[in-house]
Design a protein around this ligand. Structure first.
Ligand code: PRP
Ligand code: URA
Length: 205
């Protein structure tokens, strides 16, 4: 597994605005989408391509087409923030959904929904903004693998070292892309410094 921290000045600027507790849900949603563009561009940097012909107004010339089918799987709820920007860039991807929710006292993730497309032969990108204990991500990868997914990438906005370690030990073949590798988890298993509860801030709950 490889951990990739997307290190771009504009991405860092956007992440700082997301972290700010004064950022309201409407602005938070916009910023989350903007940051996702950076993350998905990096996460698909090595996607297979093929040469195609394209007729410009002047000449027929060689062009490029992404040749690797992609499946994007947001983890509900918070992962929904990252879906539309990916669809904006790659409208032909197929989409699956995994519903996972942490118990408020134990922080254990519970699965409550699973709707996955055919994953065999596709690159699978799981999106969830927060990788905290790694319990949700681990469950998601297990479900994706059980459905035949092999080439799996995890994309998060912020990751804790604890969660990275959990995913790395369980699935050495899964790459992780994040905009921020934070310090640690607090006693409630929230990421520090983090940005708080992403789903609550996204949806104003
Ligand atoms: C958050 C987040 C991840 C999970 C990360 O979701 O979006 O799915 O916590 O924590 P973990 O790495 O310790 O599992 P939450 O369970 O709060 O659900 P929500 O998206 O519906 O708010
Ligand atoms: N889920 C969140 O939304 N934030 C955290 O810091 C940890 C889990």
């Amino acid at each position: 597994m490889a951990l990739h921290v997307v290190n771009h000045p504009v991405a860092a600027h956007i992440l700082t605005l997301l972290r700010n507790k004064a950022t309201e849900p409407a602005r938070f949603r916009t910023l989350a989408a903007q940051l996702t563009y950076f993350l998905i561009i990096e996460a698909t940097r090595h996607a297979a391509t093929e040469v195609v012909s394209v007729e410009t107004p002047l000449i027929l010339c060689p062009g490029v087409r992404v040749a690797e089918p992609l499946a994007v799987i947001p983890i509900l709820r918070a992962g929904l923030a990252m879906l539309q920007p990916i669809l904006d860039l790659m409208p032909d991807v197929c989409v699956g959904y995994l519903g996972l929710e942490r118990d408020e006292t134990t922080a254990q993730a519970r699965s409550y929904y699973c709707k996955l497309p055919v994953l065999v032969g596709k690159r699978v990108v799981i999106v969830d903004p927060m990788l905290a204990t790694g319990g949700s991500a681990k469950k998601a990868v297990e479900q994706v693998k059980a459905a035949g997914g092999k080439n799996i990438t995890m994309v998060s906005v912020v990751a804790a070292p604890e969660g990275v370690q959990v995913l790395e030990s369980a699935f050495p073949d899964v790459d992780i892309y994040t905009a921020g590798l934070d310090s640690h988890l607090d006693e409630h298993k929230y990421i520090v410094p983090g940005l708080g509860d992403f789903g609550d801030r996204l949806f104003g709950t």
